[in-house]
Design a protein around this ligand. Structure first.
Ligand code: SAM
Ligand code: CA
Length: 256
């Protein structure tokens, strides 16, 4: 997890993260998942989610399993969006074991292309067998390393100007603004950039929730998320939609 503000090292996993949904109601969140999401979740995704939630839970380096993988309800929504857009070329920043990446790969046509960036190839390789089993591994071009220098290289290539239909950003929150400045030129006009965790466990209104103090790693990136949300709201290059699904998801549609 080098370079990630989501890395927790040896510190304790606080109970707050067991509740991923911003609804702040475990029961309502479970209801959505059990009624509408799990029964429709593709088999490969289900298996990958279970591997992430069980095997990795035992690994001391990945005690953040529950908060790291994108919520299945959010990916159900994004899968539909990708199909509605007829998306073919996508970029993902922040892969982990690949739940959002696999959901994306399953939603693109056979000749779809995804560039996926993460500092940690090992976690991606844990999930890779599920991509292979589902027959979608050929769509993924995994690039290991820090996202910023990789994006800087991509941005130099004429090919990638206005190239992607969809970009999903789910890595270090302190760099969201830097990622936006790069990817906004690389997504096509009318294309979508999705920023994950933009409600950051509800901490964006932390003053209002005094009875629930937030752990250090949430507070550490809270300012970055607050600044980023304000910056997106004022960016004339994109139309935005701030959704309260999962931990918050902001969609940006490139205008020109
Ligand atoms: N989208 C993933 C999923 O659905 O399972 C979860 C991604 S996880 C929240 C964040 C990931 O970002 C981690 O795997 C971490 O290694 C990666 N990451 C953190 N900082 C990064 C950086 N500066 N460049 C590239 N990857 C980074
Ligand atoms: Ca996330």
């Amino acid at each position: 997890m080098a370079g990630s503000s989501e890395g927790v090292g040896d510190k304790e996993l606080p109970p707050i993260l067991e509740q991923r949904c911003i609804l702040q109601s475990e029961a309502l969140s479970q209801y959505i998942l059990e009624t509408s999401v799990y029964p429709r979740e593709p088999e490969a995704l289900k298996e990958l989610r279970q591997l992430t939630a069980t095997d990795l839970r035992q690994a001391p380096a990945i005690r953040f399993w529950n908060a790291m993988a994108t919520g299945p309800d959010e990916m159900q929504f994004l899968s539909m969006l990708l199909k509605l857009m007829n998306a073919k070329k996508t970029l993902e920043i922040g892969v982990f074991t690949g739940y959002s990446l696999l959901a994306t790969a399953l939603s693109l046509p056979h000749d779809g292309e995804i560039i996926a960036i993460d500092t940690n190839r090992k976690n991606f390789e844990l999930g890779l067998p599920f991509f292979e089993k589902a027959g979608v591994a050929h769509k993924v071009d995994f690039r290991e390393g820090l996202a910023l220098p990789i994006l800087n290289e991509l941005a130099k290539e004429e090919k990638y100007k206005g190239w992607f239909d969809f970009v999903f950003v789910d890595a270090d929150k302190s760099n969201y603004m830097n990622y936006h400045e790069r990817v906004v030129e690389m997504v096509r006009v009318g294309g979508i950039i999705g920023y994950d965790n933009t409600l950051w466990n509800g901490s964006v209104v932390a003053e209002a929730i005094v009875e629930r103090p937030f752990p250090w790693y949430i507070m550490e990136s809270r300012d970055a998320i607050l600044k980023f949300n304000a910056y997106l709201a004022a960016d004339p290059r994109v139309e935005i939609c701030h959704l309260s699904i999962s931990d918050g998801l902001t969609l940006c549609r490139r205008l020109h």
